[in-house]
Structures are given as C-alpha cells and as structure tokens.
Write a protein that binds this ligand. Structure first.
Ligand code: GLU
Length: 607
C-alpha cells in the first residue's frame, strides 16, 4: 500500500508545480544557471522516515538557509549571552542585505540578515578562520546527517561580486562586532552559503531541529536541546526575509529560505520539511515553496498556533479495583473486606503526550474523586511523553493528596527514560518521589495492602488442607485419609515450584504457609503475574482434570510449605469412596466458574 501521506505530497507537487511565476536569483551570476523547472518536496518524520516527491536528490547551494544552522553552532559554542551581545533577535523590516545596525547596541538586528549572519560566522568555535570553517562544515554535516560538498563555481562567483557583503563585514569590524580579519570571516560566510544540499538534506536538517536537536536517523545530537527553541524563535520571526510576518500569519512554521531556491520549515516535535524550487518572488523566497508550505500547513493543521489536542485527551478513562481487582486470591474474609472497599482504589489511564494543560485536567478529576478514594494508580502505558512542568505539577498533586491520606502511584512507565527522568526530577530532596510499579496488578496489590493495614490482624496465618475450598463439604474422615497420603514439602523464597510446559507432573499443591505467584511469560521476555496465592489455597489442581502439561509457572514469593497430593493416590481413594470424586469435581467447577466471572468482569472494564 502506498503511504497516504506520499499520495498527498504527490498531489501537492503536481498542483503547485503548475505555478510558473518568479525569477532565478541573478545577483550572484552563477545562480542563473539553475534549472527553473526543478521542484522537490520532502517531509521527514520524527522517527526518520522521508517522504519525497520530485527533484529531491538534485543539489543546489544552501545560501541563507545556512544562517540558521551556523547560528545554532554559535549558540552551542559560545552560549546565548555572548552571542546576544554581538547579534540581536529583532526582526529588522529591512532587506536581507541592508547595511544597518541597531542604533542603540551597534549589533546587527538578527542572525538571519546578512550583517547578523556574517557576525555569527565569526562566532563559531575555532582559533583560526580555517578552524572555524571546519566547525561550520561539521555543524551542518551533523544536521544533514552527512558532510556537504562545496560548489566552487558559486563560491567564486559570490566572492568575486559580493562587494556589498564586503562593506557589511568592514562595518561590523568598525563597530567591534567582528574581532579578527573581517575578510577571513566573510570568506567563511561565502563558503557556507555555497555548500550543496538536496531538498531531502534540508528536510533532515529541519527534522533535526523539530526533534530537539537530534538527527532522527543518525541519532547524533547536532545541537543541545536548550538551544533549539532559540534557533526556532529567530527563524519564526526573521527567517523569511521581508515576508516573515505574513509567513508566520499564513504558514506558522519556523522556517528559513535561501536565494538558491530552498526552504526549510520546522513543525516542532512532528515534521521537518524541505522544499526546492529556484524561481523566487520579489522578496527572495521560492514561489512554489511558499505555496506548498501554505497548503501543507492548512491541510494538515500544522500552524504553530493551531488548536492542539483537547486537554481531556490526556485521560483515557477511569475505573476502580471493583472492576479489576488484584489477581491475588486471599482467604474469603480478606477478600470480602477488600471487595467492600475496592471502589476506593482508582485507576486513571493516561494517554498521549501529557503537558501542563493535560495534567491540570487529570489533577482536577482526582480532586473531584478524592473524597471516595484511598489510592490513585496512574497507568502510564499509553503515555508518549510527559513535560517537565507537567511532572512538577503531578508531584505537587501527589504531596497534596498524601497529606489527605491518599496515595498517588504510577504503573507501567516501563523503561521510558525521559518520563522517568522528569518524574524523578520533580521530587524534592528528602522525598522518595513516585512509587512506580511494573504492572497494574502489583500496583493494585500495594493499594490493597494499604487498605489491609487498616484492617488489623486479619492477615492469614498458617492453614491446613481442610481450609482449601476444594475440600469444602468433604466428610472429616475422608479429609483425614487424604492428608495421610499427602506429603509435606518446603520451598525457599524465590524457588521455582512448577515450570510452564512441564510434562507429566500429576500433583496438586496445598499451601500451608507462605505465598506463591503464578506467572506466564510475555512475548517481550517479561512475566505477567496472573495470580498470587496465600495459605489455605491450592494450585496445580488442573492435574485432576487430566491436564498433564503445566500452563503457568509457579514461584515461591516467601518461604513456603505445601502439602502435595499425587493425583493417582486421590484416584485410588475415589475408587473406594465415589462421593469424594463428586465433591471434588463440584468444588473445582465452582472455583473455575468464579475465576471465569472475574475474567469476564475484567474484560468488560477494560473493553
Ligand atoms: N550568499 C547570499 C548573500 O549573502 C545569501 C543570500 C540569501 O540566500 O538570502 O547575498
């Protein structure tokens, strides 16, 4: 199947390709040699997939687009404060090649006009112009994902004719914005403008900015995440020559264009866009490039100020342990105590990227539920991300709830480092932070234990075989005979008692003391606990129904003592006393029916 987005881009290319307006840039003579018909569109996703249509491999000179990426390198190398002292961030309203500086600070208005860009080229790391050129090349290579070649002819052409830029460089020298030889700095600027890119390269460069500075294919950090916002801000306000205001108004993406006919446009956290079509409008922007971006923005809702997901999307749903209790099967009196209070353990299933607005909504819901809640479990299984500020608010909510005696814990964060880091950072010193559980069952069991702590001394002590529901209604004399043929065996904490797939093991186990967990393996290599059992309960009873292969593994959670009954012994007893078989089967069927009911209830709650 062709990806729908590919089909859409093909259509866009076909429609916008009909536009034949605009002229090739001619003030750099060599640029007039470009093919006016060339047109490519490329869109790159945050996981590095490129959708490309048209002339997306053809190379052209990057020109002014380089300014955004060299500015990024200067910020990374010299820090925001120093860079800001040399180059401002105000849109100028003047032409890109104007010979003007801020009358107050003496600095160029912004790094996207030539004066600011030439100053920026002189700011990147390197103690000689050669070392700085090296740094510029490396920086752009990190954004593109590979080294970029230089178009010697365009470089010579601009170097031979760029007298206006020469004047700008000397002016910068005069005002102390450039320290060293202004002609050497300018030479690097001419070179950076003559680096060759394809529109596919541009799309990856944009995607790297969209992806917090990390190239989505190579995984290399081209820019520290903190600087990305600064670069994008300047692109948003100054990136499109004298069209910057209208561009933000109509397209709403941080972008930069160049007289070579390229445009990079960034949809933060979502896409990088690269477009190439060398016919320019009077302001120096690619005519088709602008039109394609306008349509993309409108049809895909990519404008920076477009309405985002409603905050309520953060909360998928709420249910309680009354619908999905823990898989532990405690003795009846404990179970009924928990059943009465199960509604006070609430699961909140969170969803998507959780930012401040989403978390505010979730917290408001919890406040409303608080009077009837003992513990909240935030199920993070479907959460793609959590902003740092959202984590901070969540943590405040946790502390506030704790003061009212209500627990707030998280489950299924799994190994998502960014979420873990934000949750961890949010906790203040001396506070242990969020309790995290591998799965909801462990979380709900922890919450049940909090309830049980209030119950006092109902915790189950050692039991005998007679406590097993399997032997309910069995005459004492028969029970005694069963006990006589059974054997006692002890297991140490952590020991495996039964292994899934194990064959021909016809034994039934009765727990006298200690706890065991019944586990099944998952595809991802983890285990899912399907039950936890306490004294007075049995496992392995399917052997009585002729099941010879074990369908789950059983581990001792504590030191465990069991009574073990061989099925063959039981069968022998049943031959002498047929009543035994009837009672056993009835009780077994009751147990299975209860479990089925529980499973149905669970499916209903989760559906
Ligand atoms: N190298 C060109 C100049 O400085 C870049 C112009 C541009 O792309 O805006 O004139």
């Amino acid at each position: 199947m062709k990806a729908p987005i590919q089909g859409y881009l093909e259509q866009l290319h076909e429609q916008v390709g009909q536009i034949d307006e605009g002229e090739l840039a001619s003030y750099i003579p060599e640029l007039t040699k470009a093919d006016p018909k060339a047109f490519g569109i490329c869109l790159v996703t945050m996981d590095g997939v490129a959708y490309a249509v048209g002339d997306t491999q053809q190379t052209f000179t990057i020109q002014s687009i380089s300014k955004a990426f060299v500015y990024a390198a200067a910020l990374a190398d010299r820090g925001q404060e120093l860079v800001a002292s040399k180059v401002g961030v105000e849109p100028s309203g003047d032409a890109f090649n104007s010979i003007s500086l801020d009358p107050q600070s003496g600095a160029p208005f912004n790094p996207m006009i030539n004066a600011g860009a030439i100053a920026t080229s002189g700011l990147v790391a390197g103690s000689t112009p050669q070392a700085q050129w090296q740094r510029i090349q490396e920086a752009l290579a990190d954004f593109a994902g590979h080294p970029l070649a230089l178009d010697e002819a365009v470089y010579r052409s601009e170097s031979d004719t760029g007298h206006r830029n020469r004047a700008i460089a000397w002016m910068l020298k005069n005002f102390g914005i450039i320290d060293g030889d202004p002609m050497a700095v300018l030479d690097n600027y001419f070179r950076q403008c003559s680096l060759l890119v394809s529109c596919r390269d541009l799309a990856f460069m944009a995607a790297t900015l969209a992806n917090g500075g990390v190239h989505p294919q190579t995984g290399k950090a081209a820019l520290p995440a903190d600087e990305v916002e600064r670069v994008l801000s300047v692109m948003a306000t100054c990136g499109m020559y004298d069209y910057a205001g209208s561009w933000l108004y109509e397209v709403g993406m941080p972008a930069k264009s160049g007289v070579g006919g390229g445009i990079v446009a960034v949809v933060p956290g979502r896409f990088g866009v690269g477009i190439f079509s060398p016919r320019l409008d009077a302001k120096g922007n690619s005519v088709r490039g602008i039109e394609a971006c306008k349509r993309l923005s409108r049809q895909f809702g990519l404008h920076a100020f477009a309405r985002r997901d409603h905050p309520s999307m953060a909360l998928e749903r709420i249910f309680s342990a009354a619908q999905v209790p823990s898989r532990r099967q405690p003795p009846l009196e404990v179970r009924s105590f928990l059943d009465e209070r199960a509604g006070s353990i609430k699961y909140l299933i969170l969803h998507g990227f959780i930012a401040v607005d989403g978390v505010e909504y979730v917290i408001r819901k919890m406040q409303k539920l608080a009077p009837t809640t003992h513990s909240f479990i935030l199920d993070m299984h479907q959460v793609d991300g959590l902003s740092e500020s959202a984590a901070r608010l969540l943590n405040q909510a946790r502390l506030g709830l704790a003061a009212e005696g209500i627990a707030l814990v998280c489950s299924r964060v799994h190994k998502r480092q960014a979420i873990l880091a934000h949750l961890g950072k949010a906790a203040r010193s001396g506070d242990r932070g969020f309790l995290l559980f591998e799965d909801n069952d462990l979380a709900v069991e922890w919450c049940e234990n909090r309830l049980l702590a209030e119950m006092g001394d109902l915790a189950p002590g050692p039991r005998g075989m007679g406590d097993s529901l399997m032997f309910r209604g069995l005459p004492a004399e028969l029970l005694q005979r069963i006990e006589q043929v059974s054997q006692r065996r002890s297991y140490t904490s952590g020991e495996q008692i039964l292994r899934i797939g194990q064959e021909g093991d016809g034994r039934v186990f009765f727990i006298e003391s200690g706890h065991v967990s019944i586990l099944v393996p998952l595809q991802n290599g983890n285990h899912q606990r399907i039950a936890s059992l306490c004294p007075g309960m049995e496992f392995g009873e399917m052997a009585l129904l002729g099941q010879t292969t074990r369908s789950a593994s059983v581990f001792a959670d504590t030191d465990v003592s069991c009574r073990i009954l061989e099925v063959t012994d039981l069968e022998r007893l049943a031959e002498e006393a047929p009543k035994l078989e009837i009672i056993l089967l009835k009780n077994l069927a009751r147990g299975i029916a209860a479990r089925l009911r529980g499973a149905n209830q669970c499916i209903q709650a989760l559906a």
